[in-house]
Design a protein around this ligand. Structure first.
Ligand code: BES
Ligand code: MN
Ligand code: ZN
Length: 494
């Protein structure tokens, strides 16, 4: 676990400062810390430093063992918090092997302090569970982060530091679960891990097992999970504070491994399908974070969990399943499995929400389509909705959190492609606009009166390329911060 504190004076033997460029010359931005800029700039110039984002340079320090320069890009009088978040994270990633570091980066308000704290702690991640000791030792991340600021004694700054710890703890839980191989992560073990964590924060945890799912008529989760030796689950967590201002339901796709089933995926790249439970991990951990922050917002988190495998019990293309609540679906392609497990969970979430007095919003989060990655690339996620106001509120939250989300339409003319001659719906439609078709499928399981968002995070959930900013290789934790920020925005509304 990472500790984040605030300090007015550099209190570590590693000091991190910013380095930017005016276009003509380099400039050191050390915020509330004093450094001997003239001699350092001469050295940096000789070294060919540029001050660009993701450039990190370590030098022996004068008053500290190390002084670390992290790129801010263009010199500004007010920095975008995301620039600071990334710069702090990039530096943290270069500091494996050190225990603590003091981050002295430019800031004018608590918003930027929060971003620096968050970036530094989110960058201090490594996944070493399966490494031998000699390899593990080289990967020990920072455990103590201090942010150098003259606001160190203010209540708001202290709250920002605590918030960064919470966001980081829960993001690391999401990343760990994504990175855990399917040999070690099953629907059942996912539930047990979450139960262990949830009990610490006063979150109620309910685990619906395969027998109960079969009996209850959850044909989507059962159908997708029936080819696997690891039986499916539906995980439900509840944070229900007294005097809640709003009630949300978050639903996350939890495929612990997606082989494609009988529509078997090609071997090349299949290994990335261990990340197909990223939505489930993000929604459950976001409920934990909202509980830890004690926000006056009630949230139910739902994770339909299954392993999509190939066997003599797997769903065949052309099988018909019955989703919870009674709609039938012709499974033309068993690789379009995420929408099937989500359909069950969306109906159940709405039913439970209604009993609790009604939902102010329902949000599903899923690594749903390859088409998402084709449309938006691997760093921008998609938002689809039945309610522009809710969507805009979410996009505002996402922008504050530094997560890239972009609105996508649900064109009505694509809906007919999901018609089936023998069931209420088919599970695939037009290949073109596949991300939107998937969204239209889910929309069939949403009450039109309830504001709904569908977040397709297929690309951004798992970084297959290189680390950047505060984002490591592997599981990223995307969507968690936007969900928490949305709950925070909703808390401050009347
Ligand atoms: N889990 C995949 C989507 C995915 C692809 C996530 C790439 C992350 C990276 C999903 O279950 C899937 O296989 N979708 C199919 C749907 C198609 C059969 C309609 C796809 O996108 O090809
Ligand atoms: Mn699939
Ligand atoms: Zn999938």
């Amino acid at each position: 676990m990472i500790k984040v504190k605030l300090t007015t004076k550099v209190d570590s033997d590693v000091l991190v400062v910013g380095l930017g460029s005016t276009g003509k010359k380099l400039q050191i931005e050390s915020g509330a810390a004093q450094v001997d800029a003239t001699s350092l700039l001469a050295t940096l110039t000789t070294m060919g430093a540029t001050g660009k984002a993701d450039e990190v340079i370590k030098l022996p320090g004068k008053n500290t063992k190390l002084i670390v320069f992290t790129g801010l890009g263009k010199i500004e009088s007010n920095y975008d918090p995301e620039v600071l978040r990334r710069a702090a994270g990039a530096a943290a990633r270069e500091l494996f092997g050190n225990k603590s570091a003091a981050f002295a980066l430019p800031h004018k308000s608590v918003t930027e302090i929060a971003a620096i704290a968050e970036g530094a702690s989110l960058g201090s991640y490594s996944f070493t569970q399966f490494l031998g000791n000699s390899k593990k030792d080289q990967k020990d991340p920072l455990t103590q982060i201090s942010v150098v600021t003259k606001f160190a004694d203010t209540a708001q700054a202290k709250a920002a530091a605590r918030r960064a710890e919470i966001i980081t703890e829960q993001t690391f839980l999401v990343r760990d679960l994504i990175n855990t191989p399917p040999s070690h992560l099953t629907p059942d073990s996912f539930c047990n891990t979450m139960k262990k964590h949830g009990s610490k924060f006063g979150v109620k945890v309910e685990i619906i097992n395969d027998a109960a799912l079969r009996k209850g008529g959850y044909g989507g989760i059962i159908g997708v999970g029936q080819g696997s030796a690891n039986p499916p689950r539906l995980l439900h967590v509840t944070y229900n504070p007294a005097k809640a201002k709003k009630r949300f339901a978050f639903v996350g796709k939890g495929i612990t491994f997606d082989t494609g089933g009988l529509a078997l995926k090609p071997a090349a790249g299949m290994e990335a399908m261990k990340a197909d439970m990223s939505g489930a991990a993000a929604v459950i951990a976001s409920v934990f974070a909202i509980a830890q922050l004690k926000l006056p917002i009630a949230v139910d988190g739902w994770a339909p969990l299954a392993e999509n495998m190939v066997s003599d019990t797997a769903t065949r293309p052309s099988d018909v399943i019955t989703i919870y609540g009674g709609k039938t679906v012709e499974v033309l392609n068993p690789d379009a499995e995420g929408r099937l497990v989500l359909a069950d969970a969306l109906i159940k979430a709405a039913e439970v929400g209604k009993k609790a007095g009604g939902l102010d919003g329902i949000i599903d989060v899923a690594t749903l389509t390859g088409a998402q990655v084709v449309a938006l690339g691997s760093r921008t996620s998609a938002v689809m909705t039945n309610n522009e106001v809710f969507s805009n509120q979410f996009l505002a939250a996402a922008a504050l959190s530094g997560e890239a989300f972009w609105p996508m339409p649900l064109p009505i003319e694509l809906r007919a492609s999901l018609d089936s001659p023998i069931a209420d719906l088919a599970n695939i439609g037009d290949r073109m606009g596949g991300m939107l078709v998937a969204g239209l499928f889910l929309k069939e399981f949403i009450d039109p009166q309830t504001p709904w968002l569908h977040l397709d995070i297929a690309g951004p959930a798992f970084n297959e390329k290189t680390a950047h900013g505060y984002t490591p290789v592997g599981g990223t934790g995307i969507a968690l911060r936007s969900l928490v920020q949305l709950a925070e925005l909703a808390s401050s509304q009347s």
